[in-house]
Design a protein around this ligand. Sequence first.
Ligand code: NAI
Ligand code: MG
Length: 504
Amino acid sequence: MLDRPHPTPAAPTNDPFALAKALSGHHFIGGRFVPALSGKTFAVVNPATGEEIGRAAEGDTADVAAAVAEADRAQKEWARLPARKRGALVYQCAQVLKEHTEELARLIALETGKALRTESRVEANVVADIFEFFGGLGGELKGESVPFAPNVLSVTVREPLGVVGAIIPWNVPMLLMALKVAPALVAGNAVVVKSAEEAPLAVLRICELLSRVLPAGVFNILSGFGPECGAPLVEHPKVRKVTFTGSVEVGKIVAKAAGEKLVPVTLELGGKSPMIVFADCDFDKTVAGALTSMRFTRQGQSCTAASRIYVERPIFDRFVAAMAEKVDAMVMGDPLDEKTDIGTIISPGQFAKVKTFIEEGKATKGATGRACSAMPKDPALKKGLFIQPHIFTGLSNDSRLVQEEIFGPVTCIFPFDDAESVLAAANDSEYGLAASVWTNNLRVGLDLAHRLEAGLVQINQNLVVQANLSYGGVKSSGLGKEASLEAMNEHFTHKKTIMVNYAG
Ligand code: NAI
Ligand code: MG
């Protein structure tokens, strides 16, 4: 448990600036805040202003070793607790998180630039929900009995893997961390998380908060850069399972390192998710659905963003115009302002990447890029990483904007004439994470749902990941599933067979 006094407040606080300062300069290892062994830190920046809001401990191999040693020690005892007792503690974590949702929402808005009302509060609530869901599943870590021979009882049991190394990105860091930590803990593992360098603070606060409930060392978090801190975590011999969310490029590096050690790995990588709109859809609901599907409120920084929208030709022009009008009405501004719908891009690097795609689209012959919404006027935000949402038409399916993950507020819309050709275009992608079909003809919708190459297909809606539904991609979008009871059992335990010969 945390040795107070530490400068972080015990009670929820709605001042994210003060909280960011108080959290600065630490990992959380073995139930305590600790600085990096090297003493190094790096800046955490508010992307809406460019100002430094705090510092993060810069972890390296030595910090990884310390965290894994704590996790390894703690895991042995944790695994011996009855499964439902572990679940009950994880459920209690949800209650602590619920008391702190507003605080966490404000902090994540400050460090990531995601608007408080439309995004950050939603994320904070989902985090608590994920802990609550998995907390109830301790008793569901079941094996089976297997017929073998008379007088031989043969059963399988689910056992934890040991120390789990989890590497998370910055787009929805609290939620994506929860999807890994909650099931891993219920299954009897200990976890070491490496946070994303762009968003290390809210997840650190969560780790501290949960240490009020969990035994010291079962949940540890390190901040640092990928090659210096993430890679040694993946490579550490005592890390018996790796779970990663991020880019395809780094996913491959992580998978190779896990392969060298022969440990299981789960990868949740990018997407280029198609949205298919038939002329018989509910028009207004579908236009609104396109805005949420594209995650414009998250600046499009979502692996399931509907970044390719295919609209049946008779309603194409009307659909594009209606969509542009709706995006125009969205307010871009200070992420902490309740009026704001759209905040900022996470970092200068991502900002430059998204801008390059937009310029490339604009320079493409025959293509039109509509810039929607208005740039914020507040002079305090003049260094903010704001990008107007862009809707492109007239691009070809093989252009870079249509094939590569932009991870920004950019979507490409195409007309189509029949179900077979749109299915071929939708499946013509390296990615296979999510897809949606919008139609009142369920026969057509279900046929496409079965034939779309994606881990998640929705008809007439496009919700984000849910705790109890299997989630994960095919093709370059990933390996293995997250969320759901089945994913907990398959990816955070191994199945041991035990045989008892009771012949006289
Ligand atoms: P990234 O894949 O580089 O970063 C994700 C995490 O991996 C971070 O915690 C990072 O520190 C860590 N990492 C980086 N190199 C590593 C290494 N060699 N070993 C172990 N860990 C390492 O993603 P980045 O650079 O932040 O974003 C680039 C692109 O990736 C985005 O434009 C987007 O297309 C995609 N992306 C996809 C996400 C998803 O949800 N699937 C989330 C974030 C990014
Ligand atoms: Mg990277």
